[in-house]
Design a binder for this molecule. Structure first.
Ligand SMILES: C[S@@+](CC[C@H](N)C(=O)[O-])C[C@H]1O[C@@H](n2cnc3c(N)ncnc32)[C@H](O)[C@@H]1O
Length: 375
């Protein structure tokens, strides 16, 4: 078994040009680097075993585990995260199949008589789009949801906002929806505020998604859930848990995805954030509950690998990963290795000023010898 510090050389440098373009379906804050996920899957799980990611986000561990021939269980309470993970675990078998289905959906969209009523969209949503673009985007969303075309819907979410020509909004950042009206004033950049047709852009997005498709075994079992990780249970144990828990209020998974969540029918991002973006006390309670639960879900001697954003814990007066490592050993896990890895600036949403600048990989093993202490 390689130490994580040695393994880390396998994920230096950007993975953008080499990873599967399925990883690039749509942005997700706090996304794990795919090359790191691939190396951890390879080292801490075995072919044909079941890998479980309880905080799956956009499904990076899930896709890498499937690609490596593992069975996968992925879970996340955010509807946007679920959509992306589901799309990566259940893609079309080929670009041709995706485009043929897109043509069928185009017919359905064109056949719709009633256009969406823009007055139902809140003002902050309308501020992002030309009214005709918004009407079309809403119509497409309605059809893809009704027809349960999750992959195509994820592609649509992937082109919802940015300033580039292939995207639908007025100039805006890509990952987090902020308009860039000051940088690109309407008077100087009128083209950026013009109507943008959805169909061609969606087709181009689908083609981009298939640019680098890995070899995937469609007979392997893949499951995707939207349960709170701390209460999830299964009938049979999993062999590895590979996951990156929420970054303790340094990232707001609800607020930062609010535009895409609104399109998916989930306008109340604030209440979602109270669950998915916990503050320190709630985060530690969540980790405590999860570690105890995973003790039962994880096979004896199975690995539990946690990628945790580094920050100081006021409660434990120590670095957060150290606090979690302490909780894990108390709960009956063996700490196999602990390795801090820098998060390069291009992967950070809150650059420079705040947020984690490194993450720690904790490798735990579910020891048979140390029993779970009663609470
Ligand atoms: C750091 S992100 C995971 C990133 C992921 N590895 C990826 O590559 O996208 C943590 C995720 O945990 C989810 N989450 C937070 N609290 C949760 C809970 N109690 N149960 C399930 N999911 C939760 C958030 O919605 C978020 O997507």
């Amino acid at each position: 078994m390689k130490a994580v510090s040695r393994l880390a050389s396998e994920w230096t440098g950007s993975a953008w040009q080499t990873e599967s373009t399925l990883h690039q379906l749509a942005p997700y804050i706090g996304k794990t680097k795919s090359s790191m996920a691939a190396a951890l899957v390879e080292e801490y799980s075995t072919p044909d075993s079941v890998v479980y990611d309880p905080f799956a986000g956009c499904g990076t561990f899930a896709l890498e585990a499937w690609r490596a021939g593992r069975e996968v269980i992925a879970n996340d309470v955010s509807p946007y995260a679920q959509l992306l993970t589901r799309s990566k675990l259940f893609p079309y078998a080929s670009e041709d199949a995706a485009l043929a289905d897109l043509a069928r959906m185009t017919d359905k969209v064109n056949g719709r008589r009633r256009m969406p009523d823009l007055r139902k969209a809140p003002k902050w949503v309308r501020a992002f789009f030309h009214p005709e673009t918004l009407r079309e985007a809403l119509l497409w969303t309605e059809v893809l949801k009704a027809e349960r075309r999750w992959f195509l819907l994820a592609c649509l979410m992937g082109i919802l906002h940015h300033q580039r020509p292939g995207f639908l909004s007025f100039p805006s950042s890509h990952t987090v929806p902020y308009l860039r009206i000051k940088k690109f004033p309407r008077s100087r950049f009128p083209k950026l505020y013009a109507y943008r047709a959805v169909a061609d852009r969606l087709e181009a997005k689908v083609r981009r998604a298939f640019r680098r498709m890995p070899k995937l075994d469609f007979t392997l079992s893949r499951r995707c859930f939207g349960t709170r990780a701390e209460v999830q249970q299964f009938s049979a144990p999993v062999q590895s848990i590979l996951t990156s828990p929420p970054y303790m209020r340094q990232l707001d998974y609800g607020r930062d995805n609010r535009l895409r969540l609104w399109f998916l029918g989930f306008g109340d991002w604030k209440s979602l954030d109270s669950v998915v973006s916990p503050r320190e006390k709630e985060f530690l309670a969540l980790m405590g509950r999860c570690l105890r639960r995973w003790k039962r879900l994880l096979a004896v001697n199975g690995y539990c690998v946690l990628v945790i954003g580094d920050t100081c814990s006021r409660e434990g007066r120590s670095n957060l990963p150290n606090v979690v490592a302490g909780m894990a050993t108390k709960a009956g896990y063996v700490l196999v290795s602990q390795h801090a890895d820098a998060i390069p600036n291009e992967r950070r949403v809150r650059r420079g000023i705040s947020g984690s600048s490194s993450e720690t990989i904790l490798v735990l093993r579910n020891s048979a010898l140390r029993r779970l202490q009663p609470k």
